[in-house]
Ligand binder design. Structure first.
Ligand SMILES: NC(=O)c1ccc[n+]([C@@H]2O[C@H](COP(=O)([O-])OP(=O)(O)OC[C@H]3O[C@@H](n4cnc5c(N)ncnc54)[C@H](O)[C@@H]3O)[C@@H](O)[C@H]2O)c1
Length: 274
Protein backbone atom coordinates (compact mmCIF):
# COMPACT_ATOMS: atom_id res chain seq x y z
CA UNK A 1 0.00 0.00 0.00
CA UNK A 2 2.10 2.82 -1.43
CA UNK A 3 -0.15 5.65 -0.13
CA UNK A 4 -0.99 4.16 3.28
CA UNK A 5 -1.10 6.90 5.93
CA UNK A 6 -1.22 9.69 3.31
CA UNK A 7 -4.05 12.23 3.42
CA UNK A 8 -4.88 14.71 0.71
CA UNK A 9 -7.43 16.72 -1.23
CA UNK A 10 -8.44 16.34 -4.86
CA UNK A 11 -9.96 19.35 -6.63
CA UNK A 12 -11.54 18.73 -10.02
CA UNK A 13 -13.72 15.62 -9.94
CA UNK A 14 -16.85 16.33 -12.03
CA UNK A 15 -17.84 12.72 -12.74
CA UNK A 16 -16.33 9.25 -13.12
CA UNK A 17 -14.83 10.25 -16.48
CA UNK A 18 -12.72 13.02 -14.88
CA UNK A 19 -8.95 12.62 -14.83
CA UNK A 20 -9.19 13.53 -11.14
CA UNK A 21 -11.38 10.44 -10.63
CA UNK A 22 -8.64 8.26 -12.15
CA UNK A 23 -6.11 9.79 -9.76
CA UNK A 24 -8.46 9.35 -6.78
CA UNK A 25 -9.00 5.69 -7.67
CA UNK A 26 -5.29 4.95 -7.93
CA UNK A 27 -4.56 6.73 -4.63
CA UNK A 28 -7.48 5.09 -2.79
CA UNK A 29 -6.44 1.64 -4.01
CA UNK A 30 -3.02 2.31 -2.46
CA UNK A 31 -4.52 3.28 0.92
CA UNK A 32 -4.79 7.10 0.77
CA UNK A 33 -7.46 9.10 2.62
CA UNK A 34 -8.95 11.58 0.16
CA UNK A 35 -11.04 14.72 0.55
CA UNK A 36 -13.00 15.91 -2.50
CA UNK A 37 -14.28 19.29 -3.66
CA UNK A 38 -17.06 20.20 -6.06
CA UNK A 39 -17.63 23.33 -8.14
CA UNK A 40 -21.36 23.90 -7.63
CA UNK A 41 -24.59 22.26 -6.42
CA UNK A 42 -25.18 20.49 -9.73
CA UNK A 43 -21.79 18.77 -9.46
CA UNK A 44 -22.20 18.14 -5.72
CA UNK A 45 -24.75 15.44 -6.61
CA UNK A 46 -22.15 13.76 -8.82
CA UNK A 47 -19.19 14.09 -6.46
CA UNK A 48 -20.93 12.84 -3.30
CA UNK A 49 -21.44 9.24 -4.51
CA UNK A 50 -17.86 9.21 -5.84
CA UNK A 51 -16.55 10.29 -2.44
CA UNK A 52 -18.67 7.56 -0.83
CA UNK A 53 -17.12 5.00 -3.19
CA UNK A 54 -13.72 5.87 -1.71
CA UNK A 55 -14.91 5.93 1.92
CA UNK A 56 -14.86 9.75 2.03
CA UNK A 57 -18.56 10.62 2.55
CA UNK A 58 -17.68 13.07 5.32
CA UNK A 59 -14.87 14.70 3.33
CA UNK A 60 -16.73 16.56 0.55
CA UNK A 61 -16.52 20.36 0.35
CA UNK A 62 -17.58 23.16 -2.00
CA UNK A 63 -14.77 25.03 -3.75
CA UNK A 64 -15.20 27.32 -6.71
CA UNK A 65 -11.62 28.54 -7.19
CA UNK A 66 -12.83 31.83 -8.66
CA UNK A 67 -14.15 32.66 -5.17
CA UNK A 68 -11.21 33.25 -2.77
CA UNK A 69 -13.50 32.90 0.28
CA UNK A 70 -14.36 29.32 -0.74
CA UNK A 71 -10.66 28.39 -0.82
CA UNK A 72 -10.23 29.87 2.67
CA UNK A 73 -13.25 27.93 3.95
CA UNK A 74 -11.85 24.75 2.37
CA UNK A 75 -8.64 25.24 4.35
CA UNK A 76 -10.60 25.58 7.60
CA UNK A 77 -12.68 22.47 6.85
CA UNK A 78 -9.64 20.35 5.95
CA UNK A 79 -7.80 21.54 9.08
CA UNK A 80 -10.76 20.52 11.24
CA UNK A 81 -11.42 17.17 9.55
CA UNK A 82 -7.96 15.98 8.47
CA UNK A 83 -5.38 18.16 10.23
CA UNK A 84 -2.12 17.80 8.31
CA UNK A 85 -2.30 16.80 4.62
CA UNK A 86 0.31 15.21 2.33
CA UNK A 87 -1.00 15.95 -1.14
CA UNK A 88 -3.09 18.30 -3.28
CA UNK A 89 -4.39 17.49 -6.77
CA UNK A 90 -5.35 20.51 -8.90
CA UNK A 91 -7.26 19.10 -11.89
CA UNK A 92 -9.12 22.24 -12.90
CA UNK A 93 -9.34 24.26 -16.08
CA UNK A 94 -11.84 26.53 -17.73
CA UNK A 95 -11.93 28.87 -20.73
CA UNK A 96 -15.00 30.51 -22.28
CA UNK A 97 -16.06 28.65 -25.40
CA UNK A 98 -15.06 31.46 -27.78
CA UNK A 99 -11.46 31.00 -26.62
CA UNK A 100 -11.41 27.37 -27.79
CA UNK A 101 -12.05 27.72 -31.50
CA UNK A 102 -11.82 30.27 -34.30
CA UNK A 103 -9.13 32.85 -35.00
CA UNK A 104 -6.62 33.23 -32.16
CA UNK A 105 -6.30 37.01 -32.47
CA UNK A 106 -10.02 37.40 -31.68
CA UNK A 107 -9.59 36.24 -28.06
CA UNK A 108 -11.08 38.83 -25.73
CA UNK A 109 -9.52 40.21 -22.56
CA UNK A 110 -12.52 38.97 -20.63
CA UNK A 111 -12.04 35.38 -21.82
CA UNK A 112 -8.27 35.62 -21.27
CA UNK A 113 -8.69 36.83 -17.67
CA UNK A 114 -11.21 34.09 -16.82
CA UNK A 115 -9.06 31.30 -18.30
CA UNK A 116 -5.90 32.49 -16.54
CA UNK A 117 -7.70 32.98 -13.22
CA UNK A 118 -9.38 29.57 -13.07
CA UNK A 119 -6.78 27.47 -14.89
CA UNK A 120 -3.53 29.03 -13.64
CA UNK A 121 -3.81 31.47 -10.75
CA UNK A 122 -5.95 29.00 -8.81
CA UNK A 123 -2.93 26.69 -8.47
CA UNK A 124 -0.99 29.48 -6.75
CA UNK A 125 -3.92 30.50 -4.54
CA UNK A 126 -4.87 26.96 -3.51
CA UNK A 127 -1.21 26.21 -2.74
CA UNK A 128 -0.80 29.36 -0.63
CA UNK A 129 -4.02 28.88 1.33
CA UNK A 130 -3.50 25.16 2.02
CA UNK A 131 0.26 25.43 2.64
CA UNK A 132 -0.08 25.69 6.44
CA UNK A 133 -1.65 22.21 6.36
CA UNK A 134 1.00 20.57 4.16
CA UNK A 135 3.38 18.10 5.78
CA UNK A 136 7.14 18.46 5.35
CA UNK A 137 7.05 15.59 2.82
CA UNK A 138 4.18 16.57 0.59
CA UNK A 139 3.34 16.68 -3.09
CA UNK A 140 1.20 18.90 -5.31
CA UNK A 141 0.06 17.77 -8.75
CA UNK A 142 -1.59 19.68 -11.58
CA UNK A 143 -2.75 18.65 -15.07
CA UNK A 144 -1.57 20.15 -18.33
CA UNK A 145 -1.66 19.37 -22.06
CA UNK A 146 0.82 19.45 -24.95
CA UNK A 147 -1.07 22.45 -26.38
CA UNK A 148 0.83 24.50 -23.75
CA UNK A 149 4.15 23.55 -25.35
CA UNK A 150 3.29 23.43 -29.07
CA UNK A 151 0.48 24.68 -31.32
CA UNK A 152 -2.59 22.41 -31.32
CA UNK A 153 -5.62 23.36 -33.49
CA UNK A 154 -8.48 24.96 -31.51
CA UNK A 155 -6.68 24.70 -28.16
CA UNK A 156 -6.04 28.44 -28.53
CA UNK A 157 -6.57 30.26 -25.22
CA UNK A 158 -6.13 27.09 -23.17
CA UNK A 159 -2.72 26.61 -24.80
CA UNK A 160 -1.59 29.96 -23.41
CA UNK A 161 -3.04 29.07 -20.01
CA UNK A 162 -1.26 25.68 -19.96
CA UNK A 163 2.07 27.32 -20.87
CA UNK A 164 1.60 29.62 -17.87
CA UNK A 165 0.53 26.68 -15.69
CA UNK A 166 3.65 24.71 -16.61
CA UNK A 167 5.94 27.61 -15.64
CA UNK A 168 3.88 28.15 -12.48
CA UNK A 169 4.61 24.50 -11.62
CA UNK A 170 8.35 25.11 -11.97
CA UNK A 171 8.42 28.39 -10.01
CA UNK A 172 6.32 26.87 -7.23
CA UNK A 173 8.61 23.81 -7.16
CA UNK A 174 11.65 26.01 -6.55
CA UNK A 175 9.86 28.18 -4.02
CA UNK A 176 8.48 25.32 -1.93
CA UNK A 177 11.24 22.76 -2.34
CA UNK A 178 13.12 24.05 0.72
CA UNK A 179 10.05 23.17 2.81
CA UNK A 180 9.86 19.61 1.48
CA UNK A 181 6.93 20.35 -0.80
CA UNK A 182 7.18 18.97 -4.36
CA UNK A 183 5.16 20.36 -7.28
CA UNK A 184 4.72 18.48 -10.57
CA UNK A 185 2.43 18.42 -13.59
CA UNK A 186 1.20 15.58 -15.75
CA UNK A 187 0.77 16.41 -19.41
CA UNK A 188 -1.94 13.95 -20.35
CA UNK A 189 -2.83 12.86 -23.86
CA UNK A 190 -6.37 13.73 -25.03
CA UNK A 191 -9.17 12.00 -23.10
CA UNK A 192 -12.92 12.36 -23.64
CA UNK A 193 -14.09 14.24 -20.53
CA UNK A 194 -16.54 17.05 -19.78
CA UNK A 195 -13.80 19.69 -20.15
CA UNK A 196 -12.59 18.16 -23.43
CA UNK A 197 -16.08 18.45 -24.91
CA UNK A 198 -15.55 22.22 -25.07
CA UNK A 199 -12.58 21.93 -27.45
CA UNK A 200 -13.37 22.20 -31.17
CA UNK A 201 -12.82 19.01 -33.26
CA UNK A 202 -11.77 17.03 -30.17
CA UNK A 203 -12.58 13.70 -31.85
CA UNK A 204 -9.99 14.50 -34.50
CA UNK A 205 -7.38 15.11 -31.76
CA UNK A 206 -8.13 11.68 -30.30
CA UNK A 207 -7.76 9.96 -33.67
CA UNK A 208 -4.59 11.87 -34.53
CA UNK A 209 -2.96 11.04 -31.18
CA UNK A 210 -3.88 7.38 -31.50
CA UNK A 211 -2.54 7.12 -35.05
CA UNK A 212 0.71 9.04 -34.50
CA UNK A 213 1.83 8.19 -30.96
CA UNK A 214 4.56 5.54 -30.59
CA UNK A 215 2.18 3.30 -28.60
CA UNK A 216 -0.61 3.75 -31.20
CA UNK A 217 -3.29 4.23 -28.56
CA UNK A 218 -4.98 6.91 -26.51
CA UNK A 219 -4.49 7.11 -22.77
CA UNK A 220 -7.05 6.24 -20.08
CA UNK A 221 -7.81 8.02 -16.82
CA UNK A 222 -6.53 4.86 -15.06
CA UNK A 223 -3.13 5.30 -16.75
CA UNK A 224 -2.97 9.00 -15.84
CA UNK A 225 -4.19 8.04 -12.35
CA UNK A 226 -1.37 5.56 -11.81
CA UNK A 227 1.27 8.08 -12.92
CA UNK A 228 -0.40 10.69 -10.72
CA UNK A 229 -0.29 8.36 -7.74
CA UNK A 230 3.46 7.86 -8.32
CA UNK A 231 4.03 11.64 -8.33
CA UNK A 232 2.00 12.03 -5.12
CA UNK A 233 3.77 9.17 -3.35
CA UNK A 234 7.23 8.80 -1.80
CA UNK A 235 8.27 6.80 -4.89
CA UNK A 236 8.92 10.17 -6.58
CA UNK A 237 10.65 11.78 -3.57
CA UNK A 238 13.41 13.35 -5.73
CA UNK A 239 11.09 14.56 -8.52
CA UNK A 240 9.86 18.15 -8.58
CA UNK A 241 9.13 20.85 -11.15
CA UNK A 242 8.60 18.11 -13.72
CA UNK A 243 6.19 18.14 -16.66
CA UNK A 244 5.62 14.39 -16.95
CA UNK A 245 4.06 13.26 -20.24
CA UNK A 246 1.44 10.50 -20.03
CA UNK A 247 0.46 10.57 -23.70
CA UNK A 248 1.51 7.24 -25.29
CA UNK A 249 4.74 9.06 -26.21
CA UNK A 250 3.07 11.47 -28.65
CA UNK A 251 5.23 14.42 -27.54
CA UNK A 252 8.46 12.86 -28.84
CA UNK A 253 7.21 12.80 -32.44
CA UNK A 254 8.58 15.46 -34.78
CA UNK A 255 6.85 14.00 -37.85
CA UNK A 256 4.30 11.22 -38.42
CA UNK A 257 5.80 7.82 -39.24
CA UNK A 258 5.84 7.27 -43.02
CA UNK A 259 5.16 4.01 -44.87
CA UNK A 260 7.50 3.79 -47.89
CA UNK A 261 6.39 0.32 -48.99
CA UNK A 262 3.81 1.44 -51.59
CA UNK A 263 4.16 3.38 -54.82
CA UNK A 264 3.98 6.68 -52.96
CA UNK A 265 5.05 7.37 -49.34
CA UNK A 266 1.97 7.53 -47.07
CA UNK A 267 1.58 8.52 -43.44
CA UNK A 268 0.11 5.93 -41.09
CA UNK A 269 -3.32 7.52 -41.26
CA UNK A 270 -4.62 9.97 -43.84
CA UNK A 271 -7.21 11.83 -41.80
CA UNK A 272 -10.28 9.78 -42.66
CA UNK A 273 -12.06 7.29 -40.44
CA UNK A 274 -10.32 3.93 -40.11
N1 LIG B 1 -9.27 15.64 -21.09
C1 LIG B 1 -8.14 15.89 -21.69
O1 LIG B 1 -7.95 15.59 -22.87
C2 LIG B 1 -7.02 16.57 -20.93
C3 LIG B 1 -5.70 16.41 -21.40
C4 LIG B 1 -4.68 17.03 -20.69
C5 LIG B 1 -4.97 17.80 -19.58
N2 LIG B 1 -6.26 17.92 -19.15
C6 LIG B 1 -6.52 18.74 -17.95
O2 LIG B 1 -6.99 17.90 -16.93
C7 LIG B 1 -7.71 18.70 -15.99
C8 LIG B 1 -9.02 18.02 -15.64
O3 LIG B 1 -9.87 18.02 -16.77
P1 LIG B 1 -10.71 16.75 -17.25
O4 LIG B 1 -10.36 16.52 -18.66
O5 LIG B 1 -10.62 15.67 -16.25
O6 LIG B 1 -12.20 17.34 -17.31
P2 LIG B 1 -13.34 17.48 -16.17
O7 LIG B 1 -14.39 18.33 -16.81
O8 LIG B 1 -13.73 16.17 -15.67
O9 LIG B 1 -12.59 18.27 -15.03
C9 LIG B 1 -12.44 19.68 -15.04
C10 LIG B 1 -12.80 20.14 -13.65
O10 LIG B 1 -12.56 21.54 -13.51
C11 LIG B 1 -13.54 21.97 -12.58
N3 LIG B 1 -13.68 23.43 -12.59
C12 LIG B 1 -13.93 24.25 -13.64
N4 LIG B 1 -14.06 25.53 -13.19
C13 LIG B 1 -13.84 25.48 -11.84
C14 LIG B 1 -13.85 26.47 -10.82
N5 LIG B 1 -14.10 27.77 -11.06
N6 LIG B 1 -13.62 26.07 -9.53
C15 LIG B 1 -13.39 24.78 -9.25
N7 LIG B 1 -13.39 23.79 -10.17
C16 LIG B 1 -13.62 24.16 -11.46
C17 LIG B 1 -14.81 21.27 -13.02
O11 LIG B 1 -15.78 21.26 -12.01
C18 LIG B 1 -14.26 19.87 -13.29
O12 LIG B 1 -14.36 19.07 -12.15
C19 LIG B 1 -7.84 20.07 -16.62
O13 LIG B 1 -6.81 20.92 -16.13
C20 LIG B 1 -7.60 19.78 -18.09
O14 LIG B 1 -7.14 20.91 -18.81
C21 LIG B 1 -7.28 17.31 -19.80
Amino acid sequence: MIMKGKKGVILGVANEKSIAYGIAKACAEQGATIAFTYLNDALKKRVEPIAAEFGSSSLVYPCDVSKPEEIKTLKESLEKDLGEIDFIVHSIAFAPKDGLSGRFHNITKEAFDIAMDISVFSLIEVTRELKPLLSSNSSILTLTYYGGAKYIPNYNLMGVAKAALEMTTKYLAEDLGKEGIRVNAISAGPIKTLAAAGIGDFRFMLKWNEAHSPLKKNVSIEEVGNSGMYLLSNLSSAVTGEIHYVDSGYNIMGMPAVDFSGEKPTIAWNGTDK
